[in-house]
Write a protein that binds this ligand. Structure first.
Ligand SMILES: [Zn+2]
Ligand SMILES: [Zn+2]
Length: 271
């Protein structure tokens, strides 16, 4: 029997949070999604949206979380600074990232930049390196039967994308991504037949920024079609893209293809 996955959107921005009334409808926090699968909580990136998820974990008494990090650019990790479960001795936080990420992250969340070191936290924090193309299961005790595969992406400084599969469901997370070189055919194969492709829609249509490591919703939609994805979730919006602009893009995208969804903070998508 197929499972039900509940994907909650906690942050939709790239680069930096935008706490401004013109951005409230889609949201101002940076990238963070959570996946509830039975008793298991898996998180995709730890942008500023993670802070509210941490508060929810405290309210619900949840003490275990597995966080998959695409890369360490600040918009994808800044939510770890105020993440409440870090300060609770009873919590267990598993962090997954590219080889070498543990040292960089521990340095970043260190006493020169924040009052509490990642290493000094009260919670039990465990680091797990992921390798391009090598499938793995989440650390012991989490999400039995959930298989994760990482793929090296195309973004300045490196980045990895994730494919999660289990119980008849699948999701592909591909932030931040520029479709140059052989990235489009490789990613099409990686996302083949997925239920949901989560896409980097940072750039506006026709906005060419070679080397910036980002893409448009049009590119995501055509890649989703080529891969046979059931739905494509646009997110990681640029910080200058207001609600008015994003709404106009959402209407255009919906006319182009009904499988296209624009992420809004606080909404839940069932898979
Ligand atoms: Zn980013
Ligand atoms: Zn980045």
């Amino acid at each position: 029997m197929n499972e039900t996955w509940k994907l909650t959107i906690w942050g939709v921005r790239g680069s930096f949070p935008v706490p401004d009334p013109d951005f409230l409808r889609y949201g101002g926090n940076t990238s963070c999604l959570s996946l509830d699968r039975g008793d298991t909580l898996v998180v995709l990136d730890a942008g500023s949206g993670l802070a509210a998820l941490g508060d929810r974990m405290v309210r619900e008494g949840r003490r275990r979380v597995d966080i998959l990090l695409s890369h360490l650019h600040l918009d994808h990790v800044m939510g770890l600074f105020p993440f409440a479960p870090r300060y609770d001795r009873r919590c267990e936080i598993h962090l997954y990232g590219r080889p070498g990420f543990a040292g960089e992250l521990t340095h970043l969340i260190g006493s020169s930049l924040w009052p509490v070191d990642l290493a000094d936290d009260r919670a039990h924090i465990l680091f797990h390196e992921v390798w391009d193309g090598k499938p793995f299961l989440l650390a012991e005790g989490a999400a039995p039967g959930l298989r994760v595969t990482a793929m090296e992406g195309n973004h300045p400084g490196g980045c990895c994308y994730y494919r999660l599969e289990g119980g008849g469901r699948s999701l592909v997370y591909a932030l931040d991504c520029e479709l140059s070189g052989d990235m489009a055919p490789r990613l099409t194969d990686f996302a083949r037949g997925t239920g949901l492709l989560v896409w980097d829609a940072s750039l506006a249509a026709g906005d060419r920024k070679p080397g910036w490591g980002h893409s448009t919703w049009e590119e995501g939609l055509s890649l989703g079609r080529a891969a046979g994805a059931e739905r494509v979730l646009m997110t990681h919006y640029a910080r200058e893209h207001t609600d008015v602009f994003l709404h106009s893009q959402e209407l255009l995208a919906g006319q182009a293809d009904s499988r296209c969804i624009f992420a809004k903070e606080g909404t839940v998508i069932e898979l």
